[in-house]
Write a protein that binds this ligand. Structure first.
Ligand code: SF4
Length: 275
């Protein structure tokens, strides 16, 4: 008997962001793995961010972290910022029936795709569930922009779909710890309208992806954004796409000395959030 099992393609929020901003960029990055390595300074920032995530996880698990803090003043300052501004995040109220899990992983199948989320911290009681996300690599972005980012949309949607919580009882907070030790947060409350909009958008985007993947197997490339799009100004595939001059450069008639767009999209940021 023939197997009818379908192979699921795993997708993260970063991949959805890229797919939505430019399908051709998604093709080059994920199907063809053409992306350039990121610059060492950015790599260092990412490594520091990863260490902070690990530290928060170890702390949540009750493992000692003092040795790591003593060895790194930046981590120490971030942890102090948290302890001062949001002590409830580090130290849950005792004797409460709160579920807490760090680096909490969930998946949801939609069409032939397995949508994957990892919550830095999920805390929940019998009333509500809160997703927390640590950001160490940037200043807080515009709230509207962050709301539209697939991380916000997907993370709350997946929780609503995979738990008993109604959308109104789900929230997500981004915590921005910055190099000067300041802590800022942006919180989103969820609701049924946003939930339904995300379901619709996801279905449309994944439907398009299925069509583009089918075309790609027949030798057809994924669509590009229209000529003159801002996205091309900062894209590492500009030469490949023959979009060497960005809109603003075309307007002013200026270009980099070599005639090549030297601004690289930092692919590594895709894994976190494009801000
Ligand atoms: S250069 Fe423009 S069209 Fe080409 S992949 Fe980048 S954003 Fe898309």
């Amino acid at each position: 008997m023939l197997s009818t099992q379908t192979q699921l393609l795993r997708l993260s929020q970063g991949q959805l962001n890229l797919l939505e901003s430019c399908p051709r960029q998604f093709q080059h990055t994920y199907l063809e793995q053409l992306h350039s390595p990121s610059d060492p300074e950015h790599e260092e920032r990412l490594a520091l961010g990863s260490r902070f995530h690990l530290l928060m996880q170890q702390r949540e698990m009750g493992l000692p972290i003092n040795t790591f803090l003593q060895a790194d003043t930046q981590l120490q300052s971030w942890m102090t910022a948290f302890a001062d501004a949001a002590p409830e995040i580090l130290t849950p109220v005792p004797n409460t029936q709160t579920f807490r899990a760090s680096e909490h992983y969930r998946t949801l199948q939609v069409q032939d795709y397995l949508l994957t989320v990892v919550y830095d911290l999920l805390s929940a009681d019998n009333q509500q569930a809160q997703i927390h996300d640590w950001k160490t690599h940037s200043k807080p972005p515009n709230k509207r922009r962050l709301e539209q980012n697939w991380q916000t949309r997907l993370y709350m949607y997946v929780l609503a779909e995979t738990s008993e919580y109604s959308p109104e009882n789900i929230s997500m907070t981004y915590w921005f710890v910055q190099s000067d030790g300041k802590l800022q947060s942006i919180k989103f409350s969820y609701n049924k309208i946003d939930y339904e909009q995300t379901a619709k958008k996801l279905s449309q985007l994944l439907g398009k992806l299925t069509k583009w993947l089918g075309g790609y197997q027949q030798g057809k490339e994924f669509p590009q954004v229209p000529e003159g799009s801002k996205a091309c100004d900062y894209c590492q595939y500009a030469t490949r796409c023959d979009r060497r001059l960005g809109t603003s450069q075309k307007m002013s008639g200026t270009n980099s000395p070599s005639g090549v767009d030297t601004t690289l999209l930092n692919v590594a940021t895709i894994q976190e959030i494009s801000l």
